[in-house]
Design a protein around this ligand. Structure first.
Ligand SMILES: Nc1ncnc2c1ncn2[C@@H]1O[C@H](COP(=O)(O)OP(=O)(O)OP(=O)(O)O)[C@@H](O)[C@H]1O
Ligand SMILES: [Mg+2]
Length: 229
């Protein structure tokens, strides 16, 4: 599903000032995997997620997503792939504070021009799944961190993407709530979603089926359940 070949990413700040954020990345991720990406701050985790989610095509080497050569795609084609295939969850939830939980979950459906009645049906379905149905009329600041993250997960899921990208989704939560969130990701994985989870927490990383360790922009370890890759 995801295939990176000899990928390198440099941030060019000025002529003499470049940051090598990723190098020598060779990585294949199959549909249905649950991958944890760990590594120190600045090791390239978010950069890798940005490349994989087609946000950034300024890299060298190759990236194929479902057989499509991402580096050769136009911006609008990339946006389409991105909207269709990836759902995102972040550390700070990224919810719009003025909108209710319901309206936050509704946003990607409005972008997709899903009719109102169908939107309601989908929002209720995912709210039920994430146990926030009785909180749909609340605004983010009236919800606990765990509930806000559940709203964000519902928003990520409501368009039924194949891949869920989670960049430190437990970073703002207490330990028990963080475990609950990763358990939800685990469940989604068991239902067939491909999950990429960035985490600093090695205990949470153990809940994935594969652990990739980044250091200075390189993969220094890649371990699948039951053996090395
Ligand atoms: N937009 C940018 N412009 C220039 N350099 C950047 C940019 N984004 C990231 N970098 C640099 O690229 C390297 C990798 O950054 P990245 O954000 O991928 O790290 P990370 O592993 O996600 O770290 P953290 O755990 O702190 O989120 C770092 O050296 C960082 O300073
Ligand atoms: Mg990061």
């Amino acid at each position: 599903m995801i295939e990176l070949k000899n990928l390198k990413k440099e941030y060019v700040l000025s002529k003499n000032n470049k940051v090598l954020a990723l190098q020598n990345i060779n990585l294949t991720i199959d549909e249905g995997e649950f991958v944890a990406i760990v590594g120190k701050s600045g090791s390239g985790k978010s950069t890798l997620l940005n490349v994989i989610s087609c946000l950034d095509k300024e890299f060298s080497g190759e990236y194929f997503f479902e057989g499509e050569n991402i580096r050769k795609k136009r911006k609008n084609e990339l946006a389409k792939i991105r909207n269709r295939s990836f759902g995102f969850i972040f550390q700070n939830f990224n919810l719009l504070q003025k909108l209710t939980a319901y309206e936050n979950i509704e946003i990607p459906l409005i972008y997709k021009k899903v009719p109102r009645r169908k939107r309601k049906e989908l929002i209720e379905k995912y709210a039920e799944k994430l146990q926030i149905k009785d909180r749909l009329q609340h605004k983010p600041n009236e919800l606990s961190g765990g509930q806000q993250q559940r709203v964000a997960i519902a928003r990520a899921l409501v368009t039924n993407p194949k891949v869920i990208m989670a960049d430190e989704p437990t970073g703002a939560l207490d330990e028990a709530t963080g475990i609950q969130i990763v358990e939800i990701l685990k469940e989604l994985n068991q239902e067939g979603k491909t999950i990429l989870l960035i985490t600093h927490d090695s205990d949470l990383a153990k809940m994935a089926n594969r652990k990739i360790v980044l250091s200075d922009g390189m993969i220094i370890q890649d371990e699948k359940e039951g053996g090395n890759v």
